[in-house]
Ligand binder design. Sequence first.
Ligand SMILES: Cc1cc2nc3c(=O)[nH]c(=O)nc-3n(C[C@H](O)[C@H](O)[C@H](O)COP(=O)(O)OP(=O)(O)OC[C@H]3O[C@@H](n4cnc5c(N)ncnc54)[C@H](O)[C@@H]3O)c2cc1C
Length: 210
Amino acid sequence: MKIQEKIIKDEILEKLELGNFYKILNQNIFPLLNEEEQTFVKELEDFCLELAPKIDREKDVYVLFPKLGEHGYIQRMNKYKDFTPYGMKYEVLLGTILSICDPQLDLARLASGILCGNPTYQHGETSEISKVQADLMEGKGVGCIMITEPERGSDAVNMTTICEKADDGVIFNGEKVFTTNGPKADYFIGYGVYDVKDPRGTMVQAMFKK
Ligand SMILES: Cc1cc2nc3c(=O)[nH]c(=O)nc-3n(C[C@H](O)[C@H](O)[C@H](O)COP(=O)(O)OP(=O)(O)OC[C@H]3O[C@@H](n4cnc5c(N)ncnc54)[C@H](O)[C@@H]3O)c2cc1C
């Protein structure tokens, strides 16, 4: 038996490079995009083409977070500083283009910038929340979201993490699993319930520091 390790010829292999993937993507999506959106795509692809050769796959993706932060690429759903354009369409374009460059980096930034970052745009502008938001958006801090629990999995609205009111806030007690960025995170969005018999009616969301 001959064991064949290589199944793609060199002349094809050399064409499987990021620039060509982006050319194919652009041919397909540009007819759907206006001028501003096309400019955003081209700038982001240029950023990725410059970044890709410098990625050290031996290192955690988090070392690349500040580079994303410098260009406002931790997320593009909400407005942060002067990073425009922004909105859901730009966030989808960001996810599409960055995940072709480095899928692991894209999932990590999505968990940090969107799943953990979104609540910082929804709950007022206190100095504490603004500090967390800046840490996340600039890629200096890492965020995550804690929903999934053992024995629950997809049944994410029937949580067993119990919340109890205390004088200075709320105490969360429970166990979470499958938390993207969890081991490295500085900020944790956590979900729990006051009453396990009425999880939908008593759910609490809070942010924790490491
Ligand atoms: C890439 C990735 C990143 C993730 N990041 C996070 C994160 O950051 N934070 C977080 O909290 N979680 C995260 N998760 C976890 C994710 O939320 C769980 O994987 C999800 O909730 C599924 O749970 P489970 O794997 O235990 O599957 P299970 O719930 O055990 O489901 C197993 C199978 O049973 C099926 N099934 C489940 N319930 C039913 C039902 N009622 N009826 C019929 N079929 C059913 C499912 O479709 C599936 O095929 C992540 C998962 C992935 C894949």
